[in-house]
Write a protein that binds this ligand. Structure first.
Ligand code: NAD
Length: 459
C-alpha cells in the first residue's frame, strides 16, 4: 500500500472526479463487498477486539460487528431511495417551475476513530461515506492495534487504494500531516474534546465541514419514584459494558436522597450477578485499554469513599466495577469524563438541585433518567441540552438507527446512524427547473406600479 502523501490524496481526488464512485451500482457493489468481508472476517475481528479490549465474542458481535452489519443491511436496502432526488413544493412566485433536492457526494472524506469501539466507530461512518458516493481515508486508533490491523486488511483486500485507504500510526502526527497539506471535503472525527478542537481548527483553515462526535460527562438521574430494581440493572449494564470505556456510559449517578441506600444495594447485587464477585475472572468483563488510562483511573480512587470495588491489577489491566460515594463536585472525578469503571453516586433533594449539578458539565453527550412520572420526564428533557438519551434505560438509544446519534456544544456537532449517516456524507443540492412555455412579462423590469401585486404574491 502506498504512503498517504499529498500525491496520493490528489490521486484520490482525481479518482473521485472520474464520477465512478458516485453511481448507484458502484456504491451498492462496494457496500455488498464490505458486508461479505465483515462476514468472512467475523472471527478475526472478534479476536482482535478480544486482544485489544478483552471483549467476549457475544459482546463484540452485539456492540460492534452486528451493529455494522445492521447498518450495512439498511444502507444496501435503502440506497436507491436515499439517492433519489426529492421533489418539493414550489412557491407561487416561481410557478410553474418545479423544485428538486439532489444529494451530492462530498468528495474526499477523512474518518478518524477512537479505540473504545474501534471497529464500529470506524466502519459505520465509512458505510455512510460509501453510500454517499465519496472516496475515503480512514484513520483507526493506534491504541486498538489489533482491530486497526484487521480493518486495514479488509480495506486493502476489497477496495482499490485510491478509493478507500486506511492510514495507521500516531494520530497527532499523521492526521495534521494530511489535513495541513490537503483540503478534505469533510472530516468525521470521533474522540476526545481536546483533539476534536484541534481537528476543528485545522479544518477551519480550509473551510472543511466537520462532524465531531466527542465525549463528556453523561449524567444518570434516578428519581424517588423510579423502579429501582430495573434502574439498578440497566445502569450497571450501561456503565460497565466495555469496562466503562463507552462514550455514552452513565458517567455519574444523581440519585434522590430518599432512595440512595436502596439503589446502591441493588446496584451491588447487579454487579455481582453480571460479573460475579471476582470480575477479573468474568467472561463478560473486559480490560482497560492501556497503562496510561489505567493509572488515570487509579488516581480517581483517592477522590472519595469506595462503596464497592476498587480492586485493580496493572499486570492484566483489570479494574473492578467500582461505586464511589462522598465525591466532591469540585474534584476531577466530577469534572473530567471518567471513561472507565468508576461510578460516583451523588445525592440530591430536589429536581432543581439535580439540574444545577448537571449544569456544571454542560452539554452532555447522553442523558439518562429513571422515573415513572411523565411530567418529570418532560421537565428534564426540556431543561437539559444533551445529545441523546433514554428514559428508564442507558446506552440503548445508540443502537436504534432510526434515531440520530450525536452531541451538542461540548459533546460535538452533527449526527449519524442509519439514514442520518448518508445525510452527513452527502450535501443538499437545490435545483429549480423553469419551463420555457410560460414567461410572464411581470417578472421583468420595469417593475413600476406592481408593488401591490408583489405584496400579494409574497404574502
Ligand atoms: P483521542 O481523541 O485520543 O483519539 C481519537 C483519534 O484521534 C485517534 O484515531 C487518534 O489517533 C487521533 N488523534 C489523536 N491525537 C490527535 C491529534 N493531535 N490530531 C489529530 N488526530 C489525533 O480519543 P480516544 O482516547 O481514542 O477516545 C476517547 C474519547 O472519545 C472519549 O472522550 C470518548 O467520550 C470519545 N468518544 C466519543 C464517541 C462518540 O460517539 N461521541 C464515541 C467513542 C468515544
Amino acid at each position: 500500500m502506498p504512503k498517504v502523501d499529498l500525491q496520493h490524496l490528489q490521486n484520490m481526488r482525481s479518482h473521485f472526479e472520474t464520477g465512478i464512485t458516485q453511481t448507484y451500482s458502484f456504491r451498492k457493489k462496494q457496500l455488498l463487498l464490505l458486508k461479505q468481508a465483515v462476514i468472512k472476517y467475523e472471527k478475526e475481528i472478534s479476536a482482535a477486539l478480544y486482544a485489544d479490549l478483552k471483549k467476549s465474542a457475544e459482546e463484540a458481535y452485539s456492540t460492534e460487528i452486528g451493529l455494522v452489519l445492521s447498518e450495512l443491511n439498511l444502507a444496501i436496502k435503502n440506497l436507491h431511495s436515499w439517492m433519489a432526488p426529492k421533489f418539493v413544493n414550489t412557491d407561487l412566485a416561481n410557478l410553474p417551475s418545479s423544485s428538486k433536492i439532489y444529494r451530492d457526494s462530498l468528495g474526499v472524506v477523512l474518518i478518524i476513530s477512537p479505540w473504545n469501539y474501534p471497529f464500529q466507530l470506524l466502519m459505520n461512518p465509512l458505510i455512510g461515506a460509501i453510500a454517499g458516493g465519496n472516496v475515503a481515508v480512514v484513520k483507526p486508533s493506534e491504541f486498538a492495534e489489533s482491530t486497526a490491523d484487521i480493518i486495514e486488511k479488509i480495506i486493502t483486500e476489497i477496495f482499490p487504494y485510491e478509493y478507500v485507504h486506511a492510514v495507521q500510526g500516531d494520530g497527532a502526527t499523521v492526521v495534521p500531516a494530511m489535513m495541513q497539506s490537503f483540503r478534505f471535503d469533510h472530516v468525521f472525527y470521533t474522540g476526545s474534546i481536546p483533539v476534536g478542537k484541534a481537528i476543528y481548527k485545522m479544518a477551519a483553515e480550509n473551510l472543511t465541514p466537520v462532524t465531531l462526535e466527542l465525549g463528556g460527562k453523561s449524567p444518570c438521574v434516578v428519581e424517588a419514584d423510579a423502579n429501582l430494581s430495573i434502574a439498578a440493572k440497566r445502569i450497571i449494564l450501561g456503565k460497565f459494558i466495555n469496562v466503562g470505556q463507552t462514550c455514552i456510559a452513565p458517567d455519574y449517578v444523581l440519585v434522590h436522597q430518599s432512595i440512595k441506600d436502596e439503589l446502591i444495594l441493588k446496584m451491588k447485587l447487579s454487579i455481582e450477578k453480571f460479573y460475579t464477585v471476582d470480575a477479573s475472572t468474568s467472561y463478560d468483563y473486559g480490560k482497560i485499554i492501556n497503562e496510561n488510562r489505567f493509572d488515570k483511573l487509579v488516581s480517581y480512587l483517592a477522590e472519595g469513599k469506595i462503596l464497592y470495588g476498587g480492586v485493580h491489577d496493572k499486570r492484566i489491566l483489570f479494574f473492578e466495577p467500582t461505586l464511589m460515594d462522598d465525591v466532591s463536585l469540585s474534584s476531577s472525578l466530577m469534572k473530567e469524563e471518567i471513561f472507565g469503571p468508576i461510578l460516583p453516586i451523588i445525592s440530591y433533594n430536589s429536581t432543581e438541585e439535580a439540574l444545577e449539578i448537571i449544569k456544571q458539565n454542560e452539554n452532555p453527550l447522553a442523558f439518562y433518567l429513571f422515573t415513572t412520572n411523565k411530567k418529570t420526564e418532560e421537565q428534564f428533557i426540556k431543561s437539559v441540552p444533551f445529545g441523546g438519551g433514554c428514559i428508564n434505560n442507558a446506552d440503548w438509544h445508540f443502537t436504534n438507527h432510526n434515531l440520530p446519534f450525536g452531541g451538542v456544544g461540548n459533546s460535538g456537532m452533527g449526527a449519524y446512524h442509519g439514514k442520518f449517516t448518508f445525510d452527513t456524507f452527502t450535501r443538499l443540492k437545490a435545483v429549480l427547473k423553469t419551463p420555457n412555455w410560460w414567461d410572464p412579462f411581470i417578472k421583468y423590469p420595469s417593475f413600476k406600479g406592481r408593488l401591490r401585486l408583489f405584496k400579494w404574491i409574497f404574502r
